[in-house]
Design a protein around this ligand. Structure first.
Ligand code: 5GP
Ligand code: MG
Length: 180
């Protein structure tokens, strides 16, 4: 796996530090006594970020899952999200924090935020580990952002190419000959 990576963009130690800072930022918006927090990771890309983030969040929370497929198989250019499943947990009247791996064209977050709003949460905020500012539309709000990165197709730390490399601990770029 490691030999397929041409360049590491973000080392795991840097990611860990930033995730801890993000958790502190997030915690300031949800006081410890606040009841009714539901974290909603957008699967599958956010699984590693989610696991690290929530263990840094000393808050009582429920987790509901939303599954979206945006880059099917070996595609590396943004497409409209293909499938969006309804969340697995209760949302009405709860404080929802959406968690996604990356804000690219914004189509995924736009669709998921709209879907969550239809369930009437008490509040809705969004945390993303990465954002490609050159592509993300300004009307899509991510309240908490880990890193802004260049417009590159990245893998690792949950992000895949053809469902591989999610377990690569850093965030990196594949050798160009491996991509279409
Ligand atoms: P958007 O809908 O904002 O264009 O794309 C968001 C989704 O596309 C992300 O949740 C992620 O699954 C996928 N995606 C966007 N950019 C990248 C990238 O650079 N690498 C990988 N592996 N997936 C990406
Ligand atoms: Mg995703």
């Amino acid at each position: 796996m490691h030999q397929d990576i041409a360049r590491i963009l973000l080392h795991e130690t840097k990611i860990r530090e930033r995730v801890r800072e993000l958790a502190n930022e997030i915690a300031r918006h949800y006081p410890p006594g606040e009841a009714g927090l539901t974290i909603i990771p957008i699967l599958s890309g956010s699984i590693i970020f989610l696991a690290d983030l929530i263990r840094e969040l000393p808050l009582k929370m429920k987790i509901a899952l939303v599954h979206v497929t945006a880059y099917p198989g070996r595609t590396t250019s943004a497409q409209a999200p293909k499938t969006i499943h309804e969340p697995t947990g209760d949302i009405r009247g709860r404080h929802v924090l959406l968690v996604d791996d990356i804000l690219d064209s914004g189509r995924t977050l736009r669709a998921v935020q709209e879907m969550i709003r239809r369930h009437n949460p008490a509040s809705l905020r969004t945390a993303v580990l990465l954002r490609k500012p050159s592509k993300a539309p300004t009307d899509i709000v991510a309240d908490f952002i880990g890193f802004d990165i260049e417009d590159l197709f990245v893998v690792g730390y949950g992000l895949d190419f053809d469902d591989h490399y999610r377990n690569f601990p850093h965030i990196g770029v594949l050798h160009p000959e491996l991509m279409p």
